[in-house]
Design a protein around this ligand. Structure first.
Ligand SMILES: [Zn+2]
Length: 247
């Protein structure tokens, strides 16, 4: 059964993407982000860690790798039309879905006031263990809790009211990643016109790339396979999300 396709005329003007590490948004949804920004939708990134446990250069200080990865993420964001990037600075490799992280994500939601939040799946996918990094599961869980109930509840994280941040109700939650889409609750975003920008965004994460050509090829193949599953024509590219609407 084909998966319904995203329409640029759905009325959503602001989207927030919440991920654990620099580069997660580019693997998971940069083709979609480029499609959104091309349609005039404002997209903001909220990255939970600075990625200071990434890379493979042991001679580099962890503070330097964190600074480098933030720069790489800002450059990758610019490739797909995003200039607003928030880093929450939680330690890479130690993310937990604590009340503190839920508050930090709620703070960004109340500032940005997005109608739609994209995040990682809080559920482990046994067929895609790299996509199920513990930081991804924890960031996804905290983001889901921030969307509902924290950001919309005036009595959650009272300090946010003291900061002048009024409650905000996000109306759509999109979960990214392999296995997250379903025929009944999924939505496909065609990325045929943007997959090249997705690859260019990924290539900005130079500190993470041991074999950039192989990664580029894999990403293009994934996008084509996803489009086929979504029922799009041969040669098309797509990303698929599980969508939950929140009244
Ligand atoms: Zn990651």
């Amino acid at each position: 059964m084909p998966i319904p396709s995203w329409s640029p005329e759905d009325g959503v003007r602001r989207v927030l993407v919440v991920t654990a590490h620099p580069d997660d948004v580019d693997f998971g949804s940069a083709g979609t982000v480029a499609a959104f920004t091309s349609a005039g939708v404002e997209v903001t990134y909220c990255i939970v860690t600075n990625g200071d446990a990434g890379g493979s250069d042991r001679a580099m200080s962890r503070a330097d790798i964190a600074a480098l990865r933030q720069d790489e993420q800002r450059a990758a964001a610019a490739v797909v039309g995003v200039s607003d990037v928030h880093f929450l600075g939680h330690p890479d490799g130690m993310v937990q879905a604590t009340l503190e992280l839920r508050r930090d994500i709620s703070r960004v939601i109340r500032r940005v006031r997005p109608e739609r939040v994209l995040t990682q799946s809080p559920e482990r996918n046994w067929d895609a263990i790299f996509a199920s990094h513990p930081d991804h599961l924890a960031a996804g869980e905290a983001a889901v809790c921030a969307v509902y109930p924290d950001a919309r509840n005036p009595f959650a994280h009272l300090e946010l009211l003291d900061e002048g941040l009024e409650p905000w109700s996000v109306s759509e939650l999109w979960i990214m990643g392999p296995g997250s889409g379903g025929a009944e609750s999924g939505i496909a975003v065609e990325t045929t016109a943007t997959v090249e920008r997705k690859v260019a965004a990924l290539m900005c994460h130079k500190s993470q790339m041991t074999d950039p050509d192989a990664i580029a090829q894999r990403v293009v193949t994934w996008a084509r396979d996803t489009a086929r599953v979504a029922g799009l024509p041969d040669g098309a590219s797509a990303e698929v999300f599980r969508v939950t609407r929140i009244p």
